[in-house]
Design a protein around this ligand. Structure first.
Ligand code: A3D
Length: 320
């Protein structure tokens, strides 16, 4: 059987990391696409040479022409600019919306059958715009944010409690901004919902509150440390989990930015919710029960997403 073809649109920090993981795990042949000449070719060749060390038979190629992504099974989009210290994700709209237009048109022309995972920020607005610009089916265009935010939540819980990350299941919903919604009642340590884990002495309520706050600001914490860009290892791993669920029809339930039509009382936008990803793309949205406080937090987060979508429509009236 032919190997899958994975197109990475954007060969920067996340794109290069994605290519490395795809090659090491032999997920498929990789096309690294970027407007920067030499960068995708250089990273592609570097990783291709590494395949002879770790012993995987996959092909890697750098490209500056969309024709090279033809027939891709999966496209992972990181094209655009990341934030620098002092910037919010929303400050990126001006540049990244134009990038989404070019990328959307390129994918529509050359890889219209692909499952598309957007990572470019501000995530919920960019994946919305990418779907519009590409015209691809909504169930085949998703955004990566929730897997990363939930991984941060889980890691902080593991670090505090000493419990293996493997036995912590954490969920964040809503938009990928500082008002994202870490779902405390639905997240578990060794099967115990977090409020019960507090009662059982795994951590204090104050520790939990601090972890929720740190999770919300997790992206900014890394930006402040790196100074020259944003996180890339954990974002890349998160998108790979989504790509694998599609390519291998794993049917994992992962928090992703997906098009909602009525779920959680929301419609006509992309927002982070638990979604079952299989060979057809988004096959189901899982609806958690939400109490009044969770509903209010979700509504606030969704308002931020709607504000970003409005800003996109103002910048590019073709989206209105
Ligand atoms: P970076 O290392 O700058 O790579 C971006 C790449 O995009 C560069 O190589 C550019 O040359 C390339 N590029 C720019 N314009 C185009 C274009 N029109 N077509 C093709 N390529 C282009 O950034 P990065 O890899 O660190 O981050 C990429 C994006 O992911 C940024 O927007 C980040 O804000 C975002 N990001 C999102 C998350 C989420 O959880 C959603 C996490 C981390 C980063």
């Amino acid at each position: 059987m032919a190997r899958a073809k994975i197109a990475l649109i954007g060969a920067g920090m996340i794109g290069g990391t994605l290519a490395h993981i795809c090659a090491r795990e032999a997920l498929g042949d990789v096309i690294l696409f970027d407007i920067a000449e030499g960068t995708p070719q250089g990273k592609g060749l570097d990783i291709a040479e590494a395949t002879a060390v770790f012993g995987q038979d996959v092909a890697l190629k750098g490209a500056n022409d969309y024709a090279d992504i033809a027939g891709a099974d999966v496209c992972i989009v990181t094209a655009g600019v990341p934030r620098k210290p002092g910037m919010s994700r929303d400050d990126l709209i001006g540049i990244n919306l134009k990038v989404m237009k070019a990328v959307g048109e390129g994918i529509a022309k050359h890889a219209p059958e692909a499952f598309v995972i957007c990572i470019t920020n501000p995530l919920d607005a960019m994946v919305w715009a990418l779907q519009k610009f590409s015209g691809l089916p909504k169930e085949k265009v998703v955004g990566m944010a929730g897997v990363l935010d939930s991984a941060r939540f889980a890691y902080f819980l593991a670090e505090k409690t000493g419990v293996s990350v493997q036995d912590i299941h954490a969920w964040t919903l809503g938009g990928h901004g500082d008002d994202m919604v870490p779902m405390v009642r639905h997240s578990t340590i060794g099967g115990l919902p977090l409020p019960d884990a507090v009662k059982a002495g795994f951590l204090s309520q104050a520790d939990l509150d601090a972890i929720v706050e740190r999770t919300r600001k997790g992206g900014g914490e890394i930006v402040a440390l790196l100074k020259t860009g944003s996180a890339f290892y954990a974002p890349a791993e998160s998108a790979i989990a989504m790509a694998k669920s599609y390519l291998l029809d794993q049917k994992r339930v992962l928090p992703c930015a997906v098009w909602v039509s009525g779920e959680y009382g929301l419609s006509d936008l992309y927002v982070g919710v638990p979604a079952l990803i299989g060979a057809s793309g988004v096959e189901k949205v899982v609806e958690f029960t939400t109490d009044e406080s969770e509903k209010a937090m979700l509504a606030k987060s969704v308002d931020s997403v709607k504000g970003l979508i409005e800003a996109c429509k103002q910048q590019d009236p073709s989206l209105a």
